[in-house]
Ligand binder design. Structure first.
Ligand SMILES: Nc1ncnc2c1ncn2[C@@H]1O[C@H](COP(=O)(O)OP(=O)(O)OP(=O)(O)O)[C@@H](O)[C@H]1O
Ligand SMILES: [Mg+2]
Length: 322
């Protein structure tokens, strides 16, 4: 099946297509009325429209045939060797220098993964480049970008998309693609995809396309969709909850071990939604939420997932009163 990914097929082509992000988009509409724009930083969670918006801005100023010469896309891994970046930029700036001094854009993806030393060098490059070169830095965490760079850019914050916006977009694609979703289950289906996406529209669209590719829509097998996305299916989750409520650590561990595809951070998100039904007293729930945040962070930083999940289960079970 050589269909192009729907995330690309439905990539927003202009500001009106961008879902949500009203504050950023409304300000950017004003910005682009002028060619004298500052360098830009778009920051926010994955799949919220940063790259799409950067491309819309570049296309706003550039003709289709100029895109090859006037738009340079670099990734954090390209910038590890700063000499390489210098060379590329030098070529980019000099190459077919446009008569009317039209703008050129450097899109720097994953800018927050660029090491600090390299960012310092980059800052000098940004300072020295002529006014017709505009940098657009994309990142998930702006606090990982050095202040001297941040202070040279206008910062726009992108936020996780709300449930309704994600579901509306999924319904739009469903309609365009002529998908048949059993109407009695459609509400549950979209809710579940939203949950899986965690506010990341790219993930939501990919999950929808995957469900179609795997022919899961006909009988609408929501449990299978959960499983392949690295979550526990409903029955497994139910069994786990009852093992936890019985304070049965061994069984809860066995249930987790038997799961074929387990994405530990997905699992943590799923489990944290279950806290209210575990009959813990509210003060304990607060402690647990703090602990869950800690475990999630440790895993994000590369801690052993198996050990962290065990620790989390043990901790929750300790708080259960029988
Ligand atoms: N705000 C949005 N409006 C419409 N579509 C969106 C939006 N955000 C994401 N999408 C969809 O998700 C895809 C990926 O979005 P995009 O590449 O802009 O995300 P991003 O914010 O750059 O994410 P990352 O941080 O992972 O690079 C788009 O092609 C589009 O289909
Ligand atoms: Mg991006």
């Amino acid at each position: 099946m050589l269909e192009i990914p729907w995330t690309e097929k439905y990539r927003p082509k202009n500001f009106d297509d961008i879902v949500s992000q009203n504050i950023a988009i409304n300000n950017l509409r004003e910005f682009v009325k002028n060619t004298n724009i500052p360098h830009l930083i778009f920051t926010g969670p994955a799949g919220t429209g940063k790259t799409s918006t950067a491309l819309i801005i570049a296309r706003h100023f550039l003709k289709e045939e100029e895109l090859d010469t006037n738009l340079l896309e670099l990734n954090a891994s390209d910038t590890v060797r700063i000499d390489f970046v210098r060379d590329i930029l030098k070529n980019f700036v000099n190459q077919s220098f446009t008569k009317n001094g039209s703008l050129k854009f450097v899109l720097l993806d994953e800018a927050d993964n660029i090491p600090g030393q390299v960012q310092q060098a980059l800052r000098r490059i940004i300072e020295k480049t002529s006014d017709n070169i505009k940098f657009i830095l994309l990142c998930n965490y702006i606090n990982r970008i050095i202040d001297p760079i941040v202070s040279r850019c206008a910062v726009f914050r992108f936020t996780s998309l709300p449930k309704k916006k994600i579901i509306d977009r999924l319904k739009y694609i469903t309609e365009k693609e002529n998908l048949k979703i059993p109407s009695n289950k459609s509400e549950q289906f979209f809710n579940q995809i939203y949950f899986i996406s965690g506010g990341d529209l790219r993930k939501a669209i990919n999950t929808l396309q995957m469900a179609v590719a795997l022919e899961l829509l006909e009988n609408l097998d929501i449990n299978e969709i959960l499983r392949i996305s690295g979550f526990l299916d409903k029955l497994t989750l139910k069994n786990l909850i009852s093992a936890i409520k019985r304070k049965d650590f061994i069984s809860s561990k066995e249930i987790i071990d038997a799961v074929e595809i387990l994405d530990s951070r997905n699992f943590i998100r799923q489990l944290s939604e279950m806290l209210p039904i575990l009959d813990l007293d509210p003060s304990k729930i607060i402690n647990l939420r703090t602990y869950i945040g800690e475990i999630d962070y440790r895993i994000s930083q590369g801690a052993d997932e198996y050990i962290q999940i065990s620790a989390l289960l043990a901790n929750i079970i300790e708080y259960i009163q029988i």
